[in-house]
Each structure stands twice: as C-alpha cells, then as structure tokens.
Design a binder for this molecule. Structure first.
Ligand code: FAD
Length: 561
C-alpha cells in the first residue's frame, strides 16, 4: 500500500487490496473512495469486496468510478459532494492514483493557484503539469477559457503513428508547440505480440509507460477525444475539455471489435480461445501451443481490412513449427478459416507461403467467417459462403486463435472526418483530410489502401511532419506517401518471408535481393524482426531518426502539374 497525502484532508493511492483498508483505517483515514471501474484490469478487487472490507474496518466507502481520461461534469459534482460531506481524511484510489489526484486538483482549481495545486500533487508524486492551462483559467474564473486549451499542433492518439509523427515534427522544428491527447497510460509495441505468442519475446518487452516514450517538450493531455469540431478548429474530450489547434493530426488506430462475435469476449484467454491481437492474449497463445499434444487447432481471419493482415497466419505457422519440432504435428489437425478468398493479398508472396502450408499439412478454408463462439463447449460457428450460398457450420476445436473483426474507431465513425466506410478520409498521397485542410490522418485509422502496419506509419510520419510544418508556414503540401507497408511473415522460428509493398501491391523491397529476397524465407529477415525492428521502433521512429523512411519530397505542391 502506498498512501500519498496531497493535503491534510486528502490522499491518493494506487490500487488498494481489501486488506489495505484496515491499514488505512489504522493510519487515520475515515473514508475510502474507489475511482476505478470494476473489471478494468487483472487482479483488481471488485468495489463490492472493497466495500465489505471497509465495513469490517469501520471506514466509510464511496464508489465513484472514472474511466481514464473522462472526468465528466457529473463526476466532478459527485466528487465535490464527497469532499463536502464525507468524514475525513479521505483516501482516493484508482490504478495508479492519477485519476484520484486529478479529481482533487480539479475540485481545488477555482480556489487554489495552479502553482499550489501542481506543487502539492508533485510532492505526492503526481505530475499534473499538462493540466496547467486549465487550472490557470479556472483560477482566473474564466470558465469558458478553462474549457479550451490551445496548441499549434495537436496529435490525437499516442500509438505508433502519433509518437512517430511527433518524433519527425520535433526533429525538424525543436521547440514546436505540440500536444498529444491519449487516454492510455501505457504504449504497446504490437508487432512484438506475434513473437510473444511464439515464446520468443516476454510480454513486458512490448510494453512501456507512455510518459517514458513521450518527449518532455510535448504537452501530454490524458483524455479521449469524443468529438471533432473542424468548423471551430477544436476537438472535444470526453470530460468536455475543448482543445483548439492550428493543425490537427489524427492517429487513433482502429477498433478491434471483439463484441461482434457473440461469446468471444467472455471466453478470450480461457477454454482454448486465444488471440495475439491482445497484450493478454499473446502469452496465452504460447501456453496453448506448448500444451497441445493432439487435436484440432483453428486459426481465423476476418474480412479485410485488418491491421497486419499477415498476423493471423504468422501465429499459425509459428505454432505449427513448434508442433513439428516437438514431433506432434501429425497428431494436430490445423485449419485456416479465412473470410477472404486468397492466402495473401499480394500474389508474389503466395508460392513461398504455400510451401509452408503444405509442409505443415494445413487445411485452407476460404470464405469462412467466424460469427459465434462457445468457449466452454469448444465450438466455433462460421458463416461459410460457397457458390453464392451462405450457411452456418459449427466446428469443434481444442485451440482456436481468433483475429477479431476490425473497423474504424466509433468516435471517428460518428464524426465528420469519416468516409462512408467509417475511416478518416484522407488524400492517399499527402495524408491531408479530404474536406478539412487543417486536419491530417495517419496510421491504421485512415482510408488509405495500404497495409495497415507500423512499417507504413514509419513512412507516413515524415510525410505528415513535412506537410504540417509547411502548412504552419502557409505553404502547400510537398511530401507524398507511396503506400509502403510491410508484413514480416514468420513462416518458421528463425525464418521470415518479408513482404514489402506499396499502393496497388507494387513490390517495394528495402534491401537488395542478395541480402533479403522477400519472396523467399530468410534468416536475415528473422534477425531484422527479432533484433533490429524493436530498437528501430523505440529509438528510431519515436526520436525522428527516419531509418528506411526517407519521404518522397517533390518541392512543389503534390498534385501540381
Ligand atoms: C498481432 C499484431 C501483429 C502486428 N505485426 C506487425 C508487424 O509485424 N509489422 C508492422 O509493421 N506492424 C504490425 N502490426 C500493426 C501495427 O501494430 C499497427 O499498424 C500500428 O500500431 C498502427 O499505429 P496507429 O498509431 O495507427 O495505431 P495504434 O498503435 O493502435 O495507436 C492508436 C492510439 O490511439 C489511441 N486512441 C484511441 N482512441 C482515442 C481517442 N478517442 N482519443 C485519443 N486517443 C485515442 C489509442 O489508445 C492508441 O494509443 C501488428 C499488430 C498486431 C495487433
């Protein structure tokens, strides 16, 4: 237990356990406030269990759940009511204590100077510097200004795209006024999850605290964008906070729609149901692969577009390779149930992949889309389309690796930024929004027809950075994205078919053929994936070192004759 007093009346703490409440009572706390919604994370006791522990310890317990980055006006009113009516001292807790500290800071904003609030929270170990403009405006009694923060460049989403473009912007213009809006406290290196699912990487190697990867000069605004107001050059966060911009870069990734397959969310991570598309799922894939001695293993792929379109079959080949090496392959029946009609979208890579399909004895089933799953009964239902007819087929499994359906994020779909299919509608060359010139899009969430990969983001970041900086100087876009994306197809442990291609499936190898022939499995490509790409991601892409990412700059407006 780590109680961090902010004032004589109030303290905040990271996650408490039921046994901690008696200790908090001994330390003199009279009320405990839980600010964490139930079921937010593993090992988190439910509020009801905490309330029971509080009753036993003679402490008052209040439940005011706050989703990260979304403190609504109603929540503030409820918190102020707790401060006014509950017996003190009060101890608030959430996952890290940050939400509880933020609630306190916002409640005191009209009364205490921003210096006093920031000093008190900093002394308690909470860095709320990003809230300073809001605290200043609230202290000055300017409710309207309190609701608007302004920055020259605002980036939505601190994933691969958001952090890469920030690196490229600051490399070109150190000291640029940039704010990043991101609700999560952690950043994940998702391309590493394939290797976690094969026991090559430890899960922790793919996760870092967001604050450790965001450059110091960037204003980090913890929150989730709820709406766009391009007519006012503003975005609105879930807590009502408005953020105004001169240029806006939108990089929110895509939505993994686990809920679209009935039964999937409830059973993921147990009953033999796994997915490398989640941080928690990937280690379970490896657990299942190691444990399966015989039986049926199914690997699914939903309709396109999905991020890293090769990831479903990468999981399959690495699992099959483990079963082959451990002498179990003959006892395991492997099936690839693919909603699409081809093994891989770019035909040049298919012959190399087919050799592995044959080597591992994999049954390829095209036109088969997973539509329901019953984990305890170990049955998966597919909609199978053949010769224009669709019927439902139920298959038994011992292990199933699911790639979930994927769409544009809900807040994009509901916004004026979306195209008819729900993706951010951008010019495929300049990445500028099709209707709102101050808005730019990049990463998995856009309408561009490239492979949705971190490799694509690596190439897009300098393009957007150059064009945005030009725009700030009143000039036109001069850099163009060529549609590059890459998919390292891990066909066995130690060898990769390195697919690299741009718009229209044009092959775009980064290396001479004698070094890496992308159509053949090579050890060099495996070394690239295992040893070189992770440091390129953390130390290169996020720091503006544009390795293998030189943008195509025309020096005249893109599209001009
Ligand atoms: C299993 C797997 C294997 C992969 N393998 C590879 C590979 O080998 N090679 C490769 O190049 N790529 C690979 N990828 C794909 C790669 O990880 C993605 O293409 C890349 O992360 C896309 O970056 P992004 O910024 O668009 O989205 P993300 O990195 O997903 O980041 C989006 C960010 O936006 C934030 N956000 C969402 N909603 C909001 C909101 N309302 N307000 C503010 N912020 C918001 C999210 O919290 C998140 O931090 C793989 C992915 C997976 C899952």
């Amino acid at each position: 237990m780590e109680i961090r007093p902010i004032s004589p009346h109030y303290a905040a703490s990271p996650q408490l356990q039921p046994a901690d409440i008696a200790r908090a009572a001994e330390a003199g706390y009279k009320t405990v406030v839980c600010n964490r919604p139930d079921d937010e994370g593993e090992g988190q006791p439910k509020a009801a269990a905490m309330a029971a522990a509080a009753r036993a310890a003679g402490v008052d317990f209040r439940f005011l759940p706050i989703k990260p980055g979304s403190i609504s006006r109603d929540a503030m009113a409820a918190f102020n009511d707790i401060l006014a009516t509950a017996k003190g001292p009060i101890l608030g807790y959430c996952r890290t204590g940050n939400r509880s500290a933020t609630l306190w800071a916002l409640s005191k904003a009209p009364l205490l100077s921003p210096d006093a609030i920031c000093a008190a929270t900093r002394a308690a170990g909470f860095d709320l510097a990003a809230m300073r403009p809001r605290l200043e405006a609230a202290f000055a009694g300017d409710a309207d200004r309190a609701a608007v923060i302004r920055h020259d460049v605002v980036v939505v989403g601190g994933g691969a795209g958001g952090l890469a473009v920030i690196g490229s912007l600051l490399k070109r213009k150190p000291g640029l006024d940039v704010a990043l809006i991101e609700p999560r406290e952690e950043h994940f290196y998702q391309p590493g999850w394939t290797l976690v699912g094969a026991g090559v990487f430890k899960p922790a190697a793919t996760r870092r605290r967001l604050m450790d990867v965001v450059p110091d000069e960037v204003q980090l605004i913890r929150g989730a964008v709820a709406a766009f107001r391009p007519e006012d050059d503003e975005v609105v966060l879930e807590d009502g906070q408005r953020v105004a911009y001169t240029a806006l870069i939108v990089a929110p990734g895509l939505k993994l729609d686990w809920g679209a397959v009935p039964g999937l969310a409830e059973t993921l991570g147990k009953n033999g149901v796994t997915s490398n598309y989640s941080y928690r799922g990937a280690p379970y894939t490896w657990e299942l692969v190691k444990g399966l001695k015989s039986g049926k293993a199914i690997f699914t792929q939903p309709p396109m577009p999905i991020k890293c379109a090769g990831a479903p079959q990468k999981a399959m080949y690495l699992s099959a390779d483990h079963w082959r090496r451990s002498g179990r392959l003959k006892s395991i029946d492997i099936e690839f149930c693919n909603a699409g009609g081809v093994l891989f979208g770019v035909p040049d890579y298919v012959p190399g992949l087919m050799k592995y399909v044959e080597k591992y004895g994999i049954d390829l089933s095209f036109g088969e889309n997973l539509v329901a799953i019953d984990g305890p009964a170990r049955k998966a239902t597919f909609e199978v389309t053949k010769d224009g007819r669709t019927e439902r087929v139920v298959k038994d499994f011992d292990m199933i690796h699911v790639c979930p359906p994927q769409t544009g994020p809900d807040f994009i779909k509901a916004s004026p930024l979306a195209d008819a299919a729900g993706w951010i509608e951008v010019n495929p060359d300049t990445l500028q929004h099709a209707r709102f010139p101050k808005i730019w899009g990049m990463g998995d969430g856009t309408s561009t027809p490239n492979a949705k990969t971190a490799a694509a983001v690596r190439k897009q970041a300098p393009v957007v950075a150059i064009n945005v900086l030009n725009q700030l100087k009143g000039r036109a876009a001069v850099a163009a994205y060529d549609g590059y994306g890459s998919c390292p197809l891990t066909v066995e442990k130690g060898r990769i078919i390195l697919a690299e291609f741009g718009y229209g499936g044009k092959l775009m190898p980064s290396f001479p053929e004698w070094m890496i022939d992308g159509k053949q499995p090579t050890r060099a490509a495996w070394l690239l994936k295992e040893r070189l790409l992770p440091p390129m991601y953390w130390q290169g892409m996020f720091k503006g070192r544009e390795w293998l990412a030189q943008p195509n700059v025309t020096f005249k407006p893109v599209g001009a004759p």
